[in-house]
Design a protein around this ligand. Sequence first.
Ligand code: ZN
Length: 160
Amino acid sequence: MIKVNSVVTMHYELKNVEGDVLDSSKGQDPLVYLHGAGNIIIGLEEQLVGKTVGDNVSAVVAPEKGYGMPVDALIQTVPREAFGDEIDKVEVGMRFQAETEQGPVPVVVTSMDDATVTVDGNHPLAGQELHFEVSISEIRDASQEEIDHGHVHGQGGHQH
Ligand code: ZN
């Protein structure tokens, strides 16, 4: 059964409320994570406690326990001049790393007009309810070293 310090191997599919597939491990290696270490979305981790090998789990995760709610402070409108010569390449939907006082932040261009460019630094899934389908294929106890590091070693984990 999955509990704190279990190493869990699972396949997963993530859909939004409309049923669009946003992410999936299908056709790839399964996800391997250390339970209780914040390796995965907290709302999903909570719903996997007590599950066992062979279980298929449908988990609905509210935004508050997923990628959070969008924050207005992360939406910024800047003058076109801020982009210098690069402005010719800027278009709505473009993603890039914005340099901020807190370091680089991934942002997306959400709108542009004659004078300004608006960028949004919120996570693309902020504010969204997440619908996970998970199938658990393996559970083992973590090693002391994995617990100390807070992540999985070996296949599907850190190679160091
Ligand atoms: Zn490590």
